[in-house]
Design a protein around this ligand. Structure first.
Ligand code: NAI
Length: 329
């Protein structure tokens, strides 16, 4: 059998962690033949709760789970990790300004970026889930001189999955019929879910839907505001769906997108589609051999242009703010 892959997860005792860890341990992250060792990071006060989660992991008797470690020290938790899922973050509390939020998260992601740089395996791949995910990923990347920049990504797969489900529901087809649905920009309310390149049953999605007003007035706001709608309905933020999207993101990055079409990942921009270089922005990508590449040559009309630019501008403002705080160079 293959030797186990070390997968580090931060915020492991949280809501997303409670869904994510069991799916990783069951083989859904890296496939049914790949044993894993979970290396779990939490803040000190949460280590007791984390111990309970570890007891439950044991009680699942997962054949692929070759070990579990816990720590409140990132240098320990990231040791020899090949995958790191950075889920733990400082949530926005009431009355907190954006600057304070970025600062609080900066304190976490500078430390974790450096700890990854110093301790992770050479092949480390990082997915940031904790919000503000794109900018947290940028901070971690800039704090990790030993890790190639393209190994830092942030999650917009949940947005893509939400968008696919909306389209499938609208036209009454299985989600598998909806392909190449890209999310552009920031994982925030400015994100742009793009139906102009998507297909439904092999035909252009906009032709099949036949309702531009729905796209502009219902589809886009529904996807952008879905997180808030879940909080409103459930009384807690989306967790199982976020964990599921994290599984999809890393699975496809490591094992490839094959003939499954595009997926959405926030990755360091190379300037493609006018998104300023270095911003960690969502693009349509394909993955092969453990590498992502931005889908090139797409025609961007005026409507899409405006939305992509607006979200990139927001990311640029966040970068300027964390630069001003001295969190990145
Ligand atoms: P949660 O509050 O239930 O869990 C977060 C956990 O992180 C807590 O157990 C906390 O103790 C831990 N934590 C905080 N600081 C830490 C640190 N420095 N090191 C290690 N652990 C730390 O939150 P939940 O629901 O699990 O969400 C986690 C994050 O994911 C939030 O920032 C949320 O906004 C974000 N999120 C992102 C989504 C996306 O699509 N990118 C979707 C849904 C949530």
């Amino acid at each position: 059998p293959a030797s186990p892959v070390r997968v580090a997860v931060t915020g492991a005792a949280g809501q997303i962690g409670y869904s994510l860890l069991f799916r990783i341990a069951s083989g859904q992250l890296l496939g049914p033949d790949q044993p894993v060792i979970l290396q779990l990071l939490e803040v000190t006060p949460a280590l007791g709760a984390l111990r309970g989660v570890v007891m439950e992991l044991e009680d699942c008797a997962f054949p692929l789970l070759a070990g579990v470690t816990t720590s409140d020290d990132a240098n320990v938790a990231f040791g020899d990790a090949e995958i790191a899922l950075l889920v733990g973050a400082r949530p926005r509390s009431k009355g907190m300004e954006r600057k304070d939020l970025l600062e609080a998260n900066g304190a976490i992601f500078t430390v974790q970026g450096k700890a990854l740089s110093d301790n992770a395996a050479a092949g480390i791949r990082v997915l940031v889930v904790g919000n503000p995910a794109n900018t947290n990923a940028l901070i971690a990347q800039q704090s990790a001189p030993n890790i190639p920049a393209e190994r830092f990504t942030a999650m917009t797969r949940l947005d893509q999955n939400r968008a696919k489900a909306q389209v499938a529901g609208k036209v009454g087809v299985p989600v598998t019929e909806v392909r190449d649905l890209a999310i552009w920009g920031n994982h925030s309310a400015t994100q742009y879910p793009d139906l102009f390149h998507a297909t439904v049953g092999g035909r252009p999605a906009m032709d099949v839907i036949g309702d531009r007003t729905w796209m502009e007035k219902e589809f886009i706001p529904t996807v952008q505001q879905r997180g808030a709608a879940i909080i409103e309905a459930r009384g807690a933020s989306s967790a199982a769906s976020a964990a599921s999207a994290a599984i999809d993101h890393v699975h496809d990055w490591v094992l490839g997108t094959g003939d499954g079409g595009w997926v959405s990942m926030a990755v360091p921009s190379d300037g493609s589609y006018g998104v300023p270089e270095g911003l960690i922005s969502s693009f349509p990508v394909t993955c092969a051999g453990g590498q992502w590449s931005i889908v090139q040559g797409l025609e961007i009309d005026e409507f899409s242009r405006g939305r992509i630019d607006a979200s990139a501008a927001e990311l640029g403002e966040e970068r300027a703010a964390v630069r001003e705080l001295g969190l990145i160079g």
